[in-house]
Design a binder for this molecule. Sequence first.
Ligand code: FAD
Length: 117
Amino acid sequence: KLGNATAKAELGRATWKYFHTVMARFPEKPTEDQQDALRSYIHLFARLYPCGECAEHFQQHLNKYPPQVSSRNAAAGWACFIHNEVNAMLEKPEFDCTNLGAFYDCGCAEDEAKGDD
Ligand code: FAD
């Protein structure tokens, strides 16, 4: 039982790290196609999340709070908000979403317009 809880928490931490990093790297001015891709991705992510109980809850959260995909800021802010919904459900402290800034820097800056940073 404890082993299960530990594995579930580890999966969650790794997944949230990845999830927020995707948002932090989403284009600031996404095309329609990029917005569609992120929206589809989030819905499929929720359906396929390997912890069944978590996937169930998360799909309910998505129905209530549909993904915001109009810009990087919108997507990152939405993801922070939805993670806070999960935090609240699990009685964890709320994360301050104004601190997102450098928190999810993947070290991928060289992929951006070459040479600016
Ligand atoms: P986590 O919640 O894993 O967060 C990791 C780190 O992210 C934190 O230490 C903090 O630095 C940062 N962080 C915290 N909040 C935010 C935020 N709002 N925005 C950005 N960064 C933040 N567990 C269950 O028991 N039941 C469930 O139903 C369940 N559903 C889940 C659904 C999904 C989609 C995911 C990805 C995970 C789910 N989990 C669920 C796992 C749970 O959310 C945690 O990942 C796990 O309990 C470990 O928690 P933690 O305290 O280490 O921090």
